[in-house]
Design a protein around this ligand. Structure first.
Ligand code: SF4
Ligand code: SF4
Length: 94
């Protein structure tokens, strides 16, 4: 179980990928798989000497393609916020 990084970019009410930097191996599969091209390599390396992917900060549609293409079980999550329940119509008036 990984902890979500509270500093992860992206609006809290929008779908967004969350990369766990120490688990990412820098293979780039998520970058290639993203239909919106909103994942990219960030500058520098993590403590294991790997390149790390980051979210550009907007444009994610929550499709999950990055998640399903990532070979590392703890490197990447996709957050899809629940939509507020639609207002239900009240009882019909007699
Ligand atoms: S969930 Fe889809 S749109 Fe969002 S970063 Fe992953 S692949 Fe791209
Ligand atoms: S697919 Fe997973 S391990 Fe590979 S670069 Fe993306 S987050 Fe890192």
């Amino acid at each position: 179980m990984t902890q979500l990084d509270p500093k992860s970019p992206g609006a809290a009410d929008k779908p967004r990928p969350v990369v766990h930097p120490e688990e990412c191996k820098g293979c780039g599969r998520c970058v290639a798989a993203c239909p919106k091209k909103v994942l990219r390599f960030r500058a520098g390396l993590n403590s294991r000497g790997n390149r790390v992917v980051e979210y550009a900060g907007e444009g994610c549609v929550g499709c999950g393609s990055c998640f399903y293409n990532c070979p590392e079980p703890y490197a990447l999550d996709v957050i899809v916020p629940e939509k507020p329940a639609a207002a239900k119509p009240g009882p019909a008036k007699p």
